[in-house]
Design a protein around this ligand. Sequence first.
Ligand code: HEM
Length: 445
Amino acid sequence: MTITDDLRSLPLPPGSFGLPVIGETFSFLRNPNFVQQRQQQYGQIYKTHVFGCPTVVIIGAEANRFLFSNENRYFADGVSQSAPPQAKLLMGTGAIIMQTGDKHLQQRKLLAQAFQPRALAGYVDIMTATTYNYIETWERTGNLNWYLEIRKYTLDVACKLLVGIDVDNDFGKLYETWGKGLLSFPIPLPWTKFSKALRSRKLLLAKIEAIILERQQESTTKQDVLGLLLQARDENGNSFNLEELKEQLLILLFAGHDTLSSSLTALCLLLAQNPQVKEAVRAEQMQLGLNQPLTLVLKQMTYLEQVLKEVLRLYSPASGPRKVIKSCEFNGYLIPQGWQVFYHPAATHQDSSIYTQPEDFDPERFAPPRSEDKQKSMSYIPFGGGVRECLGREFAKLEMKLFAALLVRDYDWELLPGQNVDMVMLPTPHPRDGLKVKFWRRDSR
Ligand code: HEM
């Protein structure tokens, strides 16, 4: 460890490393209040030990600014630096989240071409048609376990828009098995979650490769993510090769699927728990006019935008680790080289000096003159920040908006009694019993 003289005298952050070897990994993954409980005990910066590495958790706008403005100086961006070994084996080394420095920026520029406003506008029709398909099925089903259904829906939208395929059972199962391996123990025996996930990764990549090769033979270019990435070039004319492209697509699927499933489920839960907000969202839709093409009115859904922001404030599904590449000081504490740092959007969003009654669901907090998220930079970070800010942010916001608008216009839902809606954290936050609802078309009751 290299620690310069001026840092040597600083104390480590308060906190506990937990048990030998496993540290506090299990409670970090399973206890939804892990971060908040320790925050109450130790404050906005504390140490722990997770995923085999001494770790500092930092919370709050100042901490986020410190982290995001010192990437590549004190902190190495990229999962490759801090992910557990099984995650690295399952994700591979080619995709953007594994890159650091210039290589990361170069890949980001290429990938961004599939997420520009013009590209997004081209995705609206498929998103809308797919959403209607699912909504109509849910109407026929009536009583739903919505989280599971939403997972199918988000995977289907992602498969259609990323690689232009309808998700079939085979692809869906392979993807779920692969995903389960990411947090498993890397035991290479044939029946373990890890080995099954490795096999699924091979098969998924083979399927994606076949799709890419087929596309390369076609004379017309589809305007989905794959179509745009096949055409994407940086300023020096570089493009993705086949190996890179396969892994990028798998990681895009992963980055967008669990996060959106969690956020859409949280949206449905919060609207069921707050019927007055659901009514206000519906009133805005009626006022905009149901006969208008959606694309024309999407930008005018101001209240819905506040609701979605509030959903993401309360239930931020993602974060990212950073490896400390050079020892540094924050708030009087030493953050040593070789450790990892976690920032925490959900805990940042509970800061009562920024958000009035932060535990409340209150979409109006984002409307002027309150505009609570605008008081301090980096106090609202559901999509992260800095060089690794979410690439799919506008895609996610678009899907959430379309989904919510189409749901409230013609449909309604209420929670079924006798269920546990406390949040489970893995793979991303969702209600323990999966959100059981009664779902119906409004004019059919
Ligand atoms: C509500 C939905 C979503 C949320 C809350 C979310 C959140 C995040 C966060 C917090 C990060 C930063 C991780 C870090 O700091 O290391 C991130 C990165 C990323 N997200 Fe999202 N995400 C969402 C949806 C999506 C979608 C739909 C896609 C693509 C289709 C996507 C693609 C990515 C990619 C590629 C990165 C890595 C960027 C990089 O390494 O430069 N995300 N996301």
